[in-house]
Design a binder for this molecule. Structure first.
Ligand code: ARG
Length: 376
């Protein structure tokens, strides 16, 4: 960076750091003296162009980033997020190992624990590590020459990328776990298979009509988003995978139902003997309900934490209440908060929300996809 740009970046960082530290000290009585902390951080930025968060600042920042996730309905429990401070980890292989450890801790035998693992941040000198997969666990999507996809069409590009990087592929089922594609500091992206004991799958069955034997349906227990940057006080943690637990509709009304995902509604309707000849039979709606019953039933049977959209919507209203009592107005994106089925049967439908973007937060850096393409 040229001298003047460096100065501007440092000044901007100073402002964002101050805003964050004021928030932290304002909310946490145990935070200590604000003024001396501000002085120290300003000096550090002056010397090095960046600054280090204390572990307490990091944990607070990560929790508030969840609290500020306008698209997340599950924010009532934002304070319970467990934070793994792995800022000393920069190298791809170690990141991959820690991701597997993350999944084991988060899975917890089925009692899912909300967890974030924070790896080395970006600095003015160098970009920090990145995980190219959108989630730690995703099912591959193998695109055939005729354009059809075996598995999850959503991951077709990252599957092709992994293949170009040397992944031999899995057994070509519809539910092969993708390897992690990890870019360590100053390194090219590298592939790592997740050890099978780090990945819990839930076999899916309908409570009255056993499908699993014929269809082999399953979904993974832990949704761990891994391609967003955790931004705290102007510092970007580009590799910071985090998870909560699933809400059933994410799987049953989107992943398995969307036409450009697993597209299962026609098959479910057929198996239920519903006439798919006319949309006015509401075959899609009826299949959707049965598919979602299957998801809830199967996770319950497997003893794996899974929210349902009715309960989670109630909890979100509790969250709004609780936050308002703290003097904070919850920001939310209506189109994401309202569940993808039976929207108006849940209370989150019948109101509006402010949708301002606050920091700390989880953000996407669009520029990076282009950087990444040069390896592909
Ligand atoms: N919707 C995404 C999926 O189906 C997961 C996003 C995060 N979800 C969560 N419950 N924390 O895989």
């Amino acid at each position: 960076m040229a001298g003047r740009a460096k100065l501007r970046a440092a000044r901007e960082l100073g402002r964002e750091a101050e805003e964050f530290l004021r928030l932290y000290h304002g909310e946490e009585p145990t935070a200590g003296d604000l003024d001396s902390r501000l002085t120290a951080v300003r000096a550090e930025i002056g010397d090095t162009g960046t600054y280090h968060h204390t572990s307490a600042e990091l944990a607070f920042g990560a929790r508030v980033a969840w609290r500020n996730s306008n698209r997340c309905i599950g924010r009532l429990y934002w304070r319970s997020l467990q934070v793994r401070d792995l800022r000393h980890v920069t190298e791809a292989e170690e990141i991959a190992e820690e991701c597997a450890t993350h999944l084991r801790i988060a899975t917890n035998g089925g009692r899912i624990r909300p967890l974030i693992s924070v790896f080395a941040p970006d600095t003015p000198e160098r970009r920090g590590p990145r995980i190219w997969n959108e989630q730690l666990i995703r099912y591959a999507g193998y695109r055939a020459a005729d354009g059809t996809v075996t598995g999850d069409p959503r991951t077709a590009d990252v599957t092709a990328l992994a293949t170009r990087l040397g992944w031999p592929g899995g057994p070509h089922t519809a539910f092969d776990v993708l390897p992690l594609v990890v870019e360590g500091v100053g390194d090219k992206p590298r592939l790592f298979e997740l050890p099978s004991d780090a990945v819990l799958h839930v076999p899916l069955d309908h409570p009255e009509r056993p499908w699993s034997s014929q269809w082999g349906l399953r979904w993974h227990a832990v949704p761990a988003v891994s391609d967003m940057c955790l931004e705290i006080g102007g510092v970007c943690y580009g590799a910071a995978p985090f998870n909560g637990w699933y809400m059933g509709t994410e799987i049953g009304a989107r992943n398995l139902a969307d036409v450009d995902r697993y597209d299962l509604l026609p098959r479910v309707a057929d198996s239920l003997g519903i006439d798919t000849g006319s949309v006015r039979s509401l075959w899609k709606d009826r299949a959707l309900v049965e598919l979602n019953r299957a998801v809830l039933h199967s996770f319950d049977r497997a003893g794996v934490t899974l929210a349902d959209h009715h309960t989670e919507a109630e909890r979100f209203l509790q969250h709004l209440d609780r936050e308002r009592r703290k003097g904070r107005e919850v920001q939310a994106d209506w189109a994401w908060i309202v569940p993808p089925m039976s929207g108006a049967t849940t209370p989150v439908f019948h109101r509006t929300y402010e949708d301002r973007v606050l920091r700390p937060g989880f953000v996407r850096h669009p520029r990076e996809a282009a950087d990444g393409a040069s390896y592909a």
